[in-house]
Design a protein around this ligand. Structure first.
Ligand code: MN
Ligand code: MG
Length: 646
C-alpha cells in the first residue's frame, strides 16, 4: 500500500500534479520513441455551453465549449494525440431534456451535442448509463450523428449479438522524437455499468442485456491485445477497491487487473483522478494516477476537466511498442478561490455555434410559465428538517397518481409519496435550488426536479415504509450526545438524491442511533433511527398496506433501498415526475399554503452542536432562527454552519 498523501499536496499545486518525468528514461540510440497524448472527456451530460439554464446565467464550471479550449491547448503541446469520450453524453442538462421532447429532433437531424463534438475530431467513444434514459430509439438516433465510432463490450441485444462493436483497432501514423513516422495500432474497448438494466428497466427489459465489466474484459482483451500496439479501455465506471463482486458498478480498479491494458479512462463517479478523493486506497496511486499500476484518469463531470494521459512509447526488439513511461493529469477548466469560481479557459466558439439554435430554444422552452407559488422553494434547509420544496414534489406526485389509480384495485389504499432533495449542495457550493415566491417557470421546476425520471407507484406495508425511511436516514452521521464540540451532521458518501422524504406521514430521525443500513449492505442492523412514525396521527400499523409514489430509479432498485427491486409496482406512469409537477402547478394555478411538514430531528437528551456545510445564501434566509450560526468558508467554497439541537 502506498504512503498516504497529504491533502494540501493536491490543493496547492494546481496543474500538473502527477509528476512522473517523461524524459527520465534514457534509451539505446536508434530506438524510436513516440510521445503519444491520449485525451478524455467524460460525463459531459449535455453541457455544451458554459451556461446555467436554471438561472439564465453563464456558469464557468460547465461546458464542452471550455473543455474544447483545453483540448486545443493540449494538442498544441505535442505532435501526437488522440481524443476519446467516455459516455454520459446525451442526458443531464435542460438542453438534453428539451431535445428529447417527442418530435423535437427531426428524422435524420444530427443531435446538437454530436454536431458540437464532431468539430473536435474524436477518435472513439463509449456509452454511459445515462444514454439510455430516453429509450433506445432516441439513443440510436443521437449517436448515429457522431462522426466517430462507439464501442461497448458489455451490452448485447436480446439475441446475444453485440449492440455496438465491442472493440476496434485504429491505425494511425505518429511522429517519433527523431522525426521518423510510424504506423501504430491503437486498440479500443468500451464498458458501461451493468446496472443500466435496473436504472432503465422500463426502457431496456426484453431488449438488451449487460455483462459484468471484468468478465467482458477477460473475454475480449486477449484477441484485441494481439492486434494492437497500445490498448485503451474506455470504462464508464468509477474506482472501487473493495473485493470484486460480479456486476460491480465501479469496476475500473478491478479492470486494471486484467492483463493487457495500457490505459484506463474512467468516469461515472463524477470525481477527479488523480486527486485526493482516492487518496490512501490500496493499489491506487492517487498522485501519479494509476490503478494497480495502470495509468488511469477521471475528468470530473459536466466539462469540469480534461483527462490527459501522456505515454512515452518505445519500440522494442520484437518490433512491438511498449509504454516506457507515462504522466497522468486531470486538467481543470476552472478553480475555486475563497468561494469564487475562477475560469481558467475561454469557451471555444465553434462548439457553441454548432449547438446555438438548440441552446436558444432551450432558454425559451425553460421560460414558459407553469403556475404560481406564494412561498419560497429552496434546498438550503432540506437536510435539516421538512421543507416546502420536497413537500411540493410529493404533493404533486400524490395528486397525479391519485387520478391514475382512480377506479383501480389500489384506489382504496392510502397514498404516500417519496422525494429527495436532488440539488442540496452535492455537486458544489452553488448547487442548491432557490426559487422566490411568485410565478414559476419551467426552468424552476426543472431545477426542483433535475432528473428525467418517470413516475412509478409501489405497494408497501407500514413496516416496509419504515425500512425505506431507515435507509434514507443513512444520510446522517451518528451523533454522540456525550461529546462536546461540533459533530459532523452529514454523511457525504450518501448522495442527497438518496435522502427520500416520505409525505403523508410524520416521523422523527434519532441521530444518536447508528444507521440501520450501512453502505451498500442490504442487511439491516439492530438499530432504528426512525422514531414516532405516525399515519393520520396514530402509530403506523406495520401490516397496513400503502401505495407510495416515487420514481423509476428508486422503484427499480436505484440507491439499493430495502425491498425496492422493480416488483410490486402498481403504476408505471407514462410521464416524467417533472411533468407531474408541471401538471399539478398548472391545475392549481396559485399555491398559497406550504406543504404539510413531515419530519424533524428527534430532540437528543443533551444539547448537541451539529456542523454542516451549505451555501452562503442560507444565512440570509434564517428569518430569526437562532439555532443556526455561520462559522466560515471551507476550502471547497461552501459556507460552514452549526446547528444547535436539544
Ligand atoms: Mn455521469
Ligand atoms: Mg454514469
Amino acid at each position: 500500500m502506498q504512503a498516504s498523501l497529504r491533502r494540501r499536496s493536491f490543493v496547492g499545486g494546481g496543474l500538473g500534479l502527477a509528476t512522473a518525468g517523461l524524459a527520465a528514461h534514457a534509451h539505446a540510440a536508434g530506438a524510436a520513441t513516440i510521445k503519444l497524448r491520449l485525451l478524455e472527456t467524460s460525463d459531459l451530460h449535455m453541457f455544451v455551453y458554459d451556461y446555467d439554464y436554471y438561472h439564465e446565467r453563464r456558469d464557468a464550471t460547465v461546458g464542452l465549449s471550455k473543455v474544447a479550449s483545453l483540448i486545443a491547448q493540449a494538442r498544441a503541446q505535442g505532435p501526437n494525440s488522440m481524443l476519446f469520450d467516455n459516455g454520459d453524453i446525451i442526458q443531464g442538462s435542460p438542453l438534453g431534456d428539451m431535445l428529447a421532447q417527442p418530435g423535437t429532433l427531426k428524422p435524420g437531424e444530427i443531435h446538437p451535442m454530436f454536431a458540437a463534438m464532431n468539430t473536435l475530431g474524436y477518435d472513439a467513444a463509449t456509452l454511459g448509463n445515462h444514454e439510455f434514459n430516453y429509450g433506445l430509439p432516441y439513443m440510436d438516433h443521437a449517436i448515429a450523428g457522431a462522426n466517430f465510432p462507439f464501442v461497448c463490450a458489455n451490452l448485447a441485444r436480446i439475441d446475444g449479438t453485440f449492440y455496438l462493436p465491442p472493440t476496434m483497432v485504429i491505425t494511425r501514423n505518429f511522429k517519433a522524437e527523431d522525426g521518423s513516422e510510424h504506423a501504430l495500432r491503437i486498440g479500443v474497448i468500451g464498458f458501461l455499468p451493468p446496472q443500466i438494466m435496473v436504472w432503465d428497466r422500463s426502457n431496456l427489459e426484453g431488449k438488451v442485456t449487460t455483462t459484468d465489466i471484468v468478465t467482458a474484459a477477460r473475454a475480449q482483451i486477449p484477441a484485441l491485445r494481439a492486434q494492437c500496439d497500445v490498448l485503451v479501455a474506455l470504462c464508464h465506471s468509477g474506482i472501487d477497491t473493495r473485493p470484486a463482486a460480479s456486476g460491480f458498478e465501479n469496476a475500473a480498479y478491478h479492470l486494471a487487473g486484467v492483463p493487457g491494458i495500457d490505459v484506463i479512462f474512467t468516469g461515472h463517479s463524477h470525481r477527479v483522478f488523480p486527486g485526493p478523493d482516492y487518496d490512501g486506497r490500496p493499489g491506487v496511486d492517487a498522485l501519479r494516477g494509476t490503478l494497480a499500476g495502470v495509468p488511469a484518469v477521471m475528468p470530473g463531470f459536466w466539462g469540469s476537466h480534461l483527462g490527459i494521459i501522456d505515454l512515452s512509447l518505445q519500440k522494442s526488439a520484437d518490433g512491438g511498442w511498449k509504454v516506457a513511461d507515462f504522466k497522468v493529469e486531470a486538467r481543470p477548466t476552472y478553480r475555486r478561490e475563497k468561494g469564487q469560481v475562477i475560469s481558467l479557459v475561454e469557451p471555444n466558439t465553434a462548439i457553441t455555434a454548432a449547438a446555438a439554435p438548440a441552446h436558444q430554444a432551450t432558454i425559451e422552452w425553460m421560460r414558459q410559465p407553469v403556475g404560481e407559488v406564494k412561498f419560497p422553494l429552496n434546498s438550503y434547509f432540506s437536510l435539516l428538517g421538512s421543507d416546502a420544496a420536497v413537500g411540493l414534489v410529493n404533493d404533486a406526485q400524490v395528486w397525479y397518481a391519485r387520478k391514475l389509480l382512480a377506479g383501480t384495485e389500489y384506489a382504496g389504499l392510502p397514498l404516500l409519496a417519496a422525494a429527495a432533495p436532488f440539488k442540496a449542495g452535492g455537486t458544489g457550493p452553488d448547487s442548491f435550488i432557490d426559487i422566490a415566491p411568485g410565478p414559476v417557470a419551467l426552468r424552476e421546476v426543472a431545477d426542483l426536479y433535475v432528473f428525467a425520471n418517470t413516475l412509478v407507484a409501489v405497494k408497501r406495508t407500514g413496516a416496509e415504509v419504515a425500512e425505506w425511511l431507515e435507509k434514507s436516514a443513512g444520510q446522517f452521521n451518528q451523533i454522540d450526545p456525550a461529546k462536546a464540540g461540533p459533530q459532523k451532521l452529514l454523511n457525504t458518501s450518501v448522495p442527497t438524491y438518496n435522502f427520500d422524504v416520505i409525505s403523508g406521514l410524520t416521523y422523527e430521525i434519532d441521530l444518536t442511533q447508528p444507521s440501520r443500513y450501512q453502505g451498500n449492505d442490504p442487511k439491516p442492523r439492530p438499530y432504528r433511527r426512525i422514531v414516532n412514525l405516525r399515519f393520520e396521527g396514530q402509530p403506523i400499523d406495520p401490516a397496513r398496506e400503502f401505495v407510495v409514489v416515487t420514481n423509476n430509479y428508486r422503484s427499480d432498485g436505484g440507491g439499493g433501498f430495502p425491498g425496492l427491486d422493480g416488483s410490486r409496482v402498481v403504476l408505471r406512469a407514462p410521464d416524467l415526475n417533472r411533468d407531474a409537477i408541471v401538471s399539478y402547478l398548472r391545475a392549481m394555478g396559485t399555491l398559497r399554503n406550504k406543504p404539510v411538514a413531515t419530519w424533524s430531528f428527534a430532540e437528543p437528551l443533551q444539547k448537541v452542536t451539529l456542523a454542516f456545510r451549505s451555501a452562503a445564501r442560507l444565512e440570509a434566509l434564517l428569518d430569526g432562527r437562532s439555532d443556526i450560526t455561520r462559522v466560515g468558508l471551507d476550502a471547497d467554497g461552501y459556507t460552514e454552519y452549526q446547528l444547535a439541537l436539544g
